[in-house]
Write a protein that binds this ligand. Structure first.
Ligand SMILES: C[S@@+](CC[C@H](N)C(=O)[O-])C[C@H]1O[C@@H](n2cnc3c(N)ncnc32)[C@H](O)[C@@H]1O
Length: 280
């Protein structure tokens, strides 16, 4: 992997601002809570040496370590995000025993990271940076190359939809004037010429606000690309649930959120490198 030498990224100007997104209720109470539930499940089954791709400022890498990972390596294309992650780890002392380290690198050109053979590779908001089937296959190749044969990839992405044209039309109609609900505002700005997806722009209404440009590819592409890259095992997608104890604290807010699902939904995707007898 080419370390410390990737091209400038949109996240270089976001850096430390990014972590404010983690305080939004839909991230803190739903995404992180669900991430914890499934990550703990996988970590408990021995998936403990973890490679966190698109690690950003290290939020998930630190959480995985806290939840039981034996060691964590985070990789991100943005030098600035990695600098923030390293500074946080140094400040908290989490990197003191060498179990947490970060590298600058492009997942589209990953190679083997520190000897590979990871029990688990994570990618929380990674796959949505692939603009085509080819790029997604390339990302999955990097994932596969770093996994043990029984290893899992475990990520978070937009809810995969096959008929994205209808989905995008319905979503815009459904949202109407309520675009800023839940602190994130997303617009599908351009249909890809391939017909395989859309360009998305997401505004995070945090202080200070920032925007992210990503892609939403068709469901079949998400699966076909994994298979083309040699990830042959079980593939599972799970929708995020609002935990009961969170729901009861503000029923109106979460009932509104539920009424927007799946228009807003994000999911977990887990793909095994090879077929195994133990289901995810
Ligand atoms: C929305 S942030 C998610 C960060 C982190 N996973 C989290 O959930 O807090 C997306 C991250 O993906 C990184 N990224 C985008 N494309 C990438 C690529 N090709 N290789 C490595 N990182 C990439 C960005 O730099 C950014 O830090």
């Amino acid at each position: 992997m080419s370390t410390e030498s990737t091209k400038p990224s949109q996240y270089d100007s976001i850096g430390a601002q990014y972590d404010a997104i983690k305080s939004l209720p839909i991230i803190k109470e739903v995404e992180t809570a669900n991430f914890r539930k499934y990550a703990v499940e996988l970590l408990a089954s021995g998936k403990s040496r973890v490679l966190d791709l698109a690690c950003g400022t290290g939020f998930c890498s630190e959480k995985l370590l806290e939840w039981g990972a034996a060691s964590m390596t985070g990789v991100d294309i943005s030098r600035n995000m990695i600098e923030v992650a390293r500074a946080k780890a140094e400040q908290s002392g989490k990197d003191a025993d060498g179990r947490l380290q970060y590298q600058v690198g492009d997942v589209l050109n990953l190679g083997i990271v520190d000897g590979g053979e990871y029990d688990m590779v994570t990618g929380v908001w990674l796959l949505n940076y692939a603009s085509s089937r080819e790029e997604l296959t390339q990302m999955y190749r990097g994932i596969r190359a770093n996994l043990k044969p029984s290893g899992h990839f475990f990520g978070v992405c937009e809810e995969p939809q096959e008929d994205l044209d209808t989905f995008v039309r319905q979503r815009q109609l459904f949202l109407g004037g309520n675009r800023r609900l839940f602190g994130l505002e997303t617009e599908y700005t351009e249909r890809l010429a391939s017909g395989n997806g859309y360009v998305m722009e997401t505004w995070a209404h945090v202080d200070p606000p920032f925007t992210m440009r990503t892609y939403h590819l068709r469901k079949s592409i998400i699966i076909e690309a994994a298979r083309a890259a040699g990830l042959e095992g079980h593939c599972e997608m799970r929708r995020m649930e609002v935990p009961e104890e969170v729901y009861v604290k503000d029923k109106d807010y979460w009932a509104l959120y539920d009424s927007f699902t799946p228009k807003f939904s994000t999911i977990f995707i887990a793909v095994e490198r090879a077929e195994s007898t133990r289901p995810f």
